[in-house]
Design a protein around this ligand. Structure first.
Ligand code: HEC
Ligand code: HEC
Ligand code: HEC
Length: 191
C-alpha cells in the first residue's frame, strides 16, 4: 500500500519523466520555415515549394512577421514595411497585370480631412498615397466613396458593420481598435 505522500511523489516523478523529454525536444525545435536562411520567398505563383532534395514540401506557407515593423499598438505597419522595401507585394495574386479602367489613369495623392461629428473624437485624415500604393482608384470610387471631400455620409457604426473604411479595415487592413491611426488630428488644429 502507498501512503498518500508517497503516492504524490510517485505521480510527480512520473509526470516529470513524461514532460522533461517533451520540453527538451521543444527547446531544440527548428525555427519556423520562414526563418530558415535559404527560405525560398520568390516562387512563381502556383509553383510548389520543394525541400533540399527537390521533393514537394507540403508544409503550409507560413511567413514570419517577426522582421516587419510594428505601429504603436504592436500591429504590423504594412505601409512602413513597403516604404522601407522590406516587402514588395505583387500587382495581383495571379501575378498578372491588374485590369485598369479609364478612371484608374488619374493620379491623386492628397490627404482628405474628414471632420469628426463628435466633439470628443479627433478628426480623421484619409491618406490617399498610403492607399493608392496598394489599390486602384476604382476599388473605392465611386462605389464606396464619392470623389469629393465630405460627400460620403461616413459613420463609425457603418464602419464597424463593414461599410466605408470597414470594407477593408478589420478585414485586410489594420483593425479599427487602433482608433487614433485614423482619428489622427486634434479638432483644434484642423482647418
Ligand atoms: C479606419 C479608420 C477609422 C478607425 C480605425 C476608427 N475610426 Fe472612428 N471614424 C472614422 C471616420 C472616417 C469617421 C467619420 C467622420 C467622423 O465623424 O469623424 C468616424 C467617426 C467616428 C465617430 C463619430 C460618430 C459617428 O458615429 O460617426 C466616433 C465617435 C468614432 N469614429 C469613434 C471611434 C473609436 C472609438 C474608434 C476606435 C475604437 C474609431 N472611431 C476608429 C474612421 C475610423
Ligand atoms: C481606399 C479608398 C480610396 C482609394 C483607393 C482612392 N480614394 Fe479617393 N477618396 C477616398 C475617400 C474616403 C475620399 C473622401 C470622400 C468623402 O469625404 O466623402 C476620397 C476623395 C477623393 C477626391 C476628392 C478630394 C477633395 O478634396 O474633394 C478625389 C479627387 C479623389 N478621391 C481621387 C482619387 C483618385 C484619382 C484615386 C486613384 C489614384 C483615388 N481617389 C483612390 C478614398 C479612396
Ligand atoms: C479598399 C480597402 C480600404 C478602404 C476602403 C480603406 N482603407 Fe485604409 N488602408 C487600406 C490598406 C490595404 C492599408 C495599408 C495596410 C495597413 O496599414 O493595414 C490602409 C492603411 C490606412 C492607413 C495607414 C496609413 C499609414 O501611413 O500607415 C490609414 C490612416 C487608413 N488606412 C485610413 C483609412 C480611412 C480613414 C478609411 C475610410 C475613410 C480607409 N482607410 C478606407 C485599405 C483600405
Amino acid at each position: 500500500m502507498l501512503t498518500p505522500k508517497l503516492k504524490t511523489l510517485f505521480i510527480t516523478g512520473a509526470a516529470l519523466l513524461v514532460c522533461a523529454p517533451v520540453a527538451l525536444s521543444l527547446a531544440a525545435m527548428d525555427p519556423a520555415p520562414a526563418d530558415w536562411p535559404d527560405y525560398e520567398y520568390n516562387r512563381a505563383p502556383g509553383e510548389f515549394k520543394r525541400n533540399k532534395y527537390g521533393m514537394i514540401d507540403p508544409s503550409p506557407d507560413v511567413v514570419s512577421l517577426q522582421q516587419l515593423p510594428v505601429d504603436s499598438y504592436g500591429f504590423v505597419d504594412w505601409t512602413k514595411a513597403m516604404k522601407d522595401s522590406i516587402i514588395a507585394p505583387r500587382e495581383s495574386i495571379s501575378g498578372k497585370a491588374p485590369r485598369l479602367g479609364p478612371e484608374d489613369s488619374e493620379a491623386f495623392s492628397g490627404d482628405v480631412l474628414i471632420k469628426s461629428k463628435m466633439k470628443f473624437m479627433p478628426d480623421v485624415i484619409f491618406p490617399h498615397s498610403a492607399h493608392t500604393e496598394w489599390l486602384k482608384c476604382s476599388t473605392c470610387h465611386p462605389r464606396i466613396f464619392k470623389k469629393k471631400a465630405g460627400a460620403t455620409p461616413i459613420t463609425m457604426t457603418g464602419i464597424w458593420n463593414g461599410q466605408f473604411c470597414g470594407r477593408c479595415h478589420d478585414k485586410v487592413a489594420f483593425p479599427t481598435r487602433n482608433c487614433f491611426k485614423c482619428h489622427s488630428v486634434p479638432r483644434s488644429t484642423s482647418k
